[in-house]
Unconditional design. Sequence first.
Length: 464
Amino acid sequence: MYGYGKKLFWNAGRTNDLIYEYRVPKKLIKTRSLNYTYTSSCAMNTSGDIAVGVLLARGISRCRRRSKDRARPNEGVPPIRSSFLRRCALSACATTAILAGCGGSQPPIGAPTRGSVPSIASAATPVAIRRSASRPDDNTSILKKLTKDVIIGSTVDSSNGDMGPRALSIVGTTYGLRKGQLLVCNFVDSSGKAGKGTTIELLNPTVGTSPKRFAQSSDIKGCDADALTSGNQVYAAGISGSGLVVFSPTGKRVGTIGPIQSPFADGYARAGRYSPEDIFTSDGLGDIIGFSFGVYGTGEISQVASGFADNGKTGWAALGASGIQDDPKRNALYIVDGVDNTVVEFTNATDLGVKNEIVVEKGGKKFKCLYPNTTCGKLIYSGAPLDAPEAAAILPNGNLIVANTAGGNTLVELTPAGKVLDTKVVDKNRTQGIFGLVARGSNDNNTVLFFSDTNGDNVQELKH
């Protein structure tokens, strides 16, 4: 951070390539005297106002500015939530011990002496930001390259007979689970009742594999979400449940996040090594719920978006916001709207943290945003060939593949700019069947696509 004599100071965040400029408020907001564990840097202006960036602090809750201190929505600026500011916003030094750690052993004129409390304790309004350039679109069609379709294996649970594969995730690193393994939700119980399945199966990504139960819980009844984190924790949910159930890499239940009404889909987002981690979950009310965690997260749950359409139906016929996918290189969150036949993008996804920060207007094509210069909605594509889409996968090149659940089991390939590259029918059965998609690879020549097919109760692979 760096300050100068106009009651302003700047902070550069490593996680999102943004530079924030903060005004020091004239009115006392809060005073603190804390045992900081990691103070990152600090700045002082010529008036003696001091700010400290805090990564972690013992025994304190995150300091949020009060709603009346927030920027007005039309100012286009985010709340104090990004990068190193997320754990405790910006706090002032409470003792000269902290001041000495800022690079000087003697407090400057106007600074508080040992044991006193400063006059300014928190920064308020960020006034200007700029986003780094995104990677260019790749107009190469991957679907055209994937000409071979093979069956990986059944998803039917060997103990209770759950079936009807839905959400599909791939393990990104070997820790408890092995890199490349697949996790799939069973949505249906052994009697064939949709929304009653309670198991998650683990499959190796090889032809002829047999499913192994990873986890089972009545709290994920109607299992439709199984997002994996970088540490191989699994955030699972079911349409008949009321929150997320967190499982360790060995399938042990370690926590619950909620309440979330009728979770419909979820996705994991992280913009980089020093970024917070987020799980975004869609619910039965048309909302997107964000949970921020990890070293740079807040540990808070927020309804960050609302207004997505929901058709009010149950079982396989239910449609709403789903197919949640993250592109960490763009810090973009993609969401499929099966009712309005749209694919939308939330920009700077890991900066989302305020209630209704993004509101989707009726029709799903326009958005009201509290901070439009940073976190906002953007229409990627709408209309044909999309037809009640539900599942989605982000490819290594940044493009998207979306699966229709009406008009045949058709996959639609799109660029982030909304260009349709190809379509492919992967199941000629007219009954909807493709509810889970995930891609693996490092370039256009080695990318493969896995999908769950409820018509065969299996996971299949499209490959070169």
